[in-house]
Design a binder for this molecule. Sequence first.
Ligand code: SAH
Ligand code: SF4
Length: 359
Amino acid sequence: MTGTPLEAAGRARRDGPTLRYDVNRDELAEVLADEPRYRVDQVWDGIHEQGGELEDLTNLPKTLRARLGDLLPMGLTPETESVSDEGDTVKWLWRLHDGHTIETVLMHYDDRTTVCVSSQAGCAMGCGFCATGQSGFDRHLSVGEIVEQVIQARRTSAPRRVSNIVFMGMGEPFANYDRTWAAVERIHDALGIGARHITLSTVGVIPGIERLATEALPVNLAVSLHAANDDLRDELVPINRQYPLNHLVDACRRYIDAKNRRLSFEWALIDGVNDQAIDAEELAVICRQLRAHVNLIPLNPTPGYLTRGTSAAGVRSFRDHLEDLGVNVTIRRTRGTEIDAACGQLRASRQLVDPPRRR
Ligand code: SAH
Ligand code: SF4
């Protein structure tokens, strides 16, 4: 893109094209420096409103639309689209400009519609029970690649409005903090999704938790705990060796004190591994200190991890035990298991080429 106005904006990426949703409003103004000033608002509002396709922006001259398409291309090409739960769950496998792939999941519930976005292609954290972790790290996503997942899912969701965003797709958001946070701000400011409807999920990357505590937007924080003693957590979540439990709990406490907000712990129940009475007791000690909420997810199957998820009865008794110990707990309903769209399954079926199916 040598010599384009984007270089003047100082933001052109060295590793690929500058994508439509990579630019902020000031950078868009640089791109449109030779157009009348009002065009900046027209284009900015146009590409962020529902629909948002250039050809729909009929208030712009055709030549400008074509130029924008060339200068600021879209970044996600649909490879497959899979539908389950009678149309209530849709998963996309997107191909990025450099051939890497990521996934996004759209979930309709009675009271909300949630998009689960990826923050990285792959993940370097190596949790053995997670399909993304099993296949390793490719690269960070750009701001535009994160925001565009919401834009694309919103098109399919219409007329149902996307109300919630969870960063629970592929990748560790706090390992890609700057771009993830810029995407959060854009999703909030330009797409109109309230901060309390945006949730960041981390495996426990302490510097990210500390930075989040300093941000103005009151988004939700979920910490994927899965074990409440270091021996087991070192095994399940290898990053625990770098950020052990007592440090993680301290960081969570500082976050709660700074933000005056509750946080939640994610706990994937693994048969015979972290679903025993002692596990509930250890978890309860931490939750009581932090007044944290627990989300239980029965472990979803992945190709590289043979231990099964806890049975439905086992999940209920773990919940009951936590409740008896005074912990606030919910069981998360599993979505999209048959299309490998459930928690931890993303990328599991990357090699399959199923034909795209439309609802
Ligand atoms: N890297 C971040 C966010 C993406 S993972 C994190 O780990 O929090 C999103 C959630 O899916 C996490 O809570 C993760 O622990 C959970 N998860 C991963 N593999 C899973 C599996 N096989 N079954 C159920 N949940 C899983
Ligand atoms: Fe990465 Fe989260 Fe999967 Fe762990 S659970 S490998 S941190 S995506």
